[in-house]
Design a protein around this ligand. Structure first.
Ligand code: ADP
Ligand code: MG
Length: 256
């Protein structure tokens, strides 16, 4: 049965999309069947996995407004084993267009339920806000994975995020869990990165992944080629770290 992981943090630029793309790709490399869903109107996950703009008339938006079924919006990616439901900027209108629609928090869940058994993992990349799109991702998900950037304000906003997960769990999705925290953009040359990791470990009573994603320029370059890191530069430090994270996620989910 497919495990559904939402990658969320309402802060922008913390590595949600980079983590979604490369975790999904490394799970697929590991022979898992994976579906990546882009819930951010910016569409960076879609382009980062090689979905052409011309190929995006069939998106999560069309699914959310009830125009298309889930099967119709699934696209093949640049990798075997990895499918994508893309998004485009029109997704930003969905929140308004769905005002007053009954059960709008469950639209994505209802559709994804129909196909989740075709996949081992479904990874959902959330937008940088705690809005209706993020709530849809959290009602669909079994767990939430939280990337934290190793910088001074890392902890800011985290209590709000955890509170949101608790609210969704209480009211909409009793099975929802926090999968864990992943540190991103770690810079071994600075004391700050290390201090942030220590500080979060001390102050946050959450599962923390042992794998720490380093700051690696190859990770920032890969999306402009429409490739995940394990295809763009398979031997880079970024690729190695996301492979380790995928191994940890698999282990975590088989131990349970
Ligand atoms: P979010 O989805 O949370 O807004 P992104 O994944 O888009 O964050 O990352 C923000 C920016 O930082 C992007 O330009 C991305 O390429 C870059 N980036 C993300 N992770 C790394 C990393 N580990 N090393 C170097 N650059 C990174
Ligand atoms: Mg993003």
């Amino acid at each position: 049965m497919g495990k559904i992981i939402a990658v969320a943090n309402q802060k922008g630029g913390v590595g949600k999309t980079t983590t979604s793309i490369n975790l999904a790709a490394c799970l697929a490399e590991n022979k898992k069947k994976v579906l990546a869903i882009d819930m951010d109107p910016q569409g960076n996950l879609s382009s980062g996995l090689g979905i052409e703009k011309s190929n995006t008339e069939k998106t999560i938006y069309n699914l959310m407004i009830g125009e298309m079924t889930v099967e119709e919006v699934i696209h093949k990616s640049v990798m075997d084993n990895l499918d994508v439901i893309p998004s485009t900027v029109n997704l930003s209108a969905a929140e308004i267009e769905l005002i007053g629609i009954k059960d709008k928090e469950f639209i994505v869940k209802k559709e994804v339920e129909k196909i989740k058994d075709h996949y081992d993992y479904v990874i959902i990349d959330c937008p940088p806000s705690l809005n209706m799109l993020t709530v849809n991702a959290m009602t669909t998900a079994d767990s939430v994975l939280v990337p934290i950037q190793c910088e001074y304000y890392a902890l800011e906003g985290l209590s709000q995020l955890i509170y949101t997960v608790e609210l969704v769990k209480e009211r909409l999705n009793p099975a929802l869990e926090i999968e864990g925290i992943v540190f991103t953009m770690y810079d071994a040359r600075t004391n700050l990165s290390l201090q942030v990791v220590e500080n979060v470990k001390e102050n946050l009573n959450q599962t923390i992944y042992q794998t720490i994603i380093p700051r690696n320029i190859r990770l920032a370059e890969a999306p402009s080629y429409g490739m995940p890191i394990n295809q763009y530069d398979p031997r880079s430090a970024g690729a190695e770290s996301y492979r380790k994270l995928a191994d940890e996620v698999i282990k975590h989910n088989t131990d349970q």
